[in-house]
Design a binder for this molecule. Structure first.
Ligand SMILES: Cc1cc2nc3c(=O)[nH]c(=O)nc-3n(C[C@H](O)[C@H](O)[C@H](O)COP(=O)(O)O)c2cc1C
Length: 231
């Protein structure tokens, strides 16, 4: 009888360990190391003064067909929404620190980075791969065929989850979200000047088409596309 009890307990313990190991293996694909790209640490100093960046800021829609480096991409994304305070504060202000913005990278011509669509994770300063392949031409179609969207080495796409801000501020939160994307986009403009790159904010596009190309979650709405390239 004793033997039988020991046998039953042993089988139960082995089964529980098996279930734990099985669950460990079933992590979602987006959290595996394969699908994330650690970005280089962004620079905190440059030879360009803020006055020079303001003076040089211009909308540029024609680019050379040369690749960007991963360090430049890292710098631009950090300028857009990078974390700059231990409590989570970012490079751009946010009403009530509700942070409604999401940032995507549509990569086409970047050294050390395969073409694809990536989501920027500001907390880890890394990219999460969503879609494989160069999607600049499709994004260009979604933006009424504006050639700059296809010709930039990359495009940065801003979207927003309005609910994060309207949940606290009601309808007024809508205007806060729109102000906020303006802050973030201006950061990218100024950072581009400092890196000797060209960019432009593109607001004319079909929302549904951009969402489809990017594979955006239902609750997000696209707000700006910023192609970036060498000038
Ligand atoms: C809300 C908004 C939407 C814009 N949308 C587009 C656009 O779809 N395509 C484009 O080429 N430029 C777009 N622009 C850029 C403006 O054309 C540009 O800022 C303006 O001509 C002034 O030039 P500057 O940015 O060089 O000072 C947009 C600008 C803003 C503020």
């Amino acid at each position: 009888m004793k033997r039988l009890i020991v046998l039953v307990i042993s089988i139960a313990v082995i089964s529980v360990i098996g279930v734990i190991l099985q669950n460990d293996r079933e992590e979602p694909a987006t959290t595996t190391e394969h699908d994330t790209v650690k970005l280089p640490e962004p620079e905190k100093e440059s030879a360009t003064s803020i006055e020079e960046a303001l003076l040089g800021r211009r909308s540029i829609r024609a680019y050379r067909d040369d690749p960007l480096t991963l360090a430049e991409v890292s710098q631009l994304l950090w300028a857009a929404q990078g974390i700059t305070a231990h409590w989570g504060g970012r490079t751009a202000p946010s009403a009530g620190a509700t942070y409604p913005l999401e940032v995507y990278l549509v990569a086409g011509n970047v050294n050390e980075l395969p073409g694809g669509i990536y989501k920027y994770n500001p907390v880890k300063h890394e990219l999460v791969k969503l879609v494989e392949g160069d999607k600049r031409a499709e994004l260009c179609d979604a933006a009424l065929g504006q050639r700059c969207v296809e010709e930039g080495a990359i495009a940065i796409v801003f979207s927003a989850v309005y609910e994060r801000t309207t949940g606290r501020y009601g309808d007024r939160g809508v205007r806060y979200v729109h102000m906020e994307v303006g802050h973030a986009a201006q950061n990218v403009y100024l950072q581009a000047v400092s890196l000797n790159l060209g960019t432009v904010v593109v607001g004319a596009f079909y929302d549904d088409e951009v969402k489809r190309v990017i594979n955006m979650p239902e609750e997000e709405r696209p707000l700006y596309i910023m192609p970036v390239g060498r000038v």
